[in-house]
Design a protein around this ligand. Structure first.
Ligand code: SAM
Length: 236
């Protein structure tokens, strides 16, 4: 099913068009907007998230929401029995599949589907999502958390990582600016100059914990310092 909400459709169009630029941003390769010192800090904080994910140990059947270029998928595939990924951008899938193939990972199935209408068709031990929750609009949040809950076996666990509070000076995507703080939309610009509106909600660990309790999920979330927030939780 495709998206009828114009901003969600624009957000997806942005990520489809951005697929080939994405890893450069994530790895801070050749980007000078933050300066070298903060690029180094970014990598250091990212290593903390990787360490937390290693300690979490994604075993069993894992569901990854919005797998993107497959950076996290590769890590999940190391410890999981199987990984099923869902992302709506075929351009992302192509990049992720190439990485998985290069690494010889055969326990991963990557699907193309719209997460705003997708329903899980099996139960998982772990649900993982990186840099996705902040793109889920407030009016879809309840449905989103219900789908995480329903995708998990009783006692199943989830791990999330996202950008920490979106204050403008921390907005590291070149050409980006806050378009409208109240509706949590942001402008993003691609290298070729095209601009798109996307959803970008800030995530605060305490509020997250309160919201999730209402959905039968326990979470404990922490910030890594400047750039990231990560959390893990369990279906009660
Ligand atoms: N998780 C990956 C990572 O951290 O590298 C990618 C994160 S990226 C910020 C957001 C991802 O959401 C993109 O891969 C994009 O294709 C995907 N996406 C955007 N809209 C979507 C939708 N409606 N349904 C499923 N995936 C969507």
């Amino acid at each position: 099913m495709t998206n009828t909400d114009p901003i969600l459709a624009e957000q997806l169009a942005y990520y489809r068009a951005r697929a080939r630029e994405y890893d450069k941003w994530f790895r801070r390769e050749g980007l000078h907007d933050l300066g070298e010192e903060r690029n180094a800090r970014w990598r250091l904080e990212l290593d903390r998230v990787f360490a937390a994910l290693d300690a979490f140990a994604s075993r069993g059947d894992v569901l990854e929401l919005a797998y993107g270029t497959g950076e996290w998928t590769l890590r999940l595939a190391e410890s999981a029995t199987t990984v099923v990924g869902v992302d709506a951008a075929p351009e992302m899938r192509e990049l992720a599949l190439a990485k998985l193939q290069d690494a010889g990972k055969r326990n991963v199935e990557l699907r193309v589907d719209d997460l705003f209408s997708w329903q899980p068709d099996q139960a998982f031990d772990v649900v993982f999502f990186a840099f996705w929750l902040s793109h889920v609009p407030e009016n879809q949040a309840d449905r989103f958390w219900r789908s995480v809950h329903d995708a998990l076996r009783p006692g199943g666990r989830f791990f999330l990582v996202d950008a920490a509070r979106a204050v403008p000076e921390r907005n590291v995507v070149h050409g980006s600016q806050l378009a409208d703080r109240d509706s949590a939309t942001e402008f993003r610009r691609l290298e070729d100059g095209r601009a798109f509106r996307i959803i970008k909600r800030s995530l605060e660990p305490d509020r997250l914990a309160r919201d999730l309790r209402e959905h039968g999920l326990d979470v404990s979330a922490v910030e890594t310092g400047e750039f990231f927030v990560h959390g893990l939780g369990r279906r009660a």
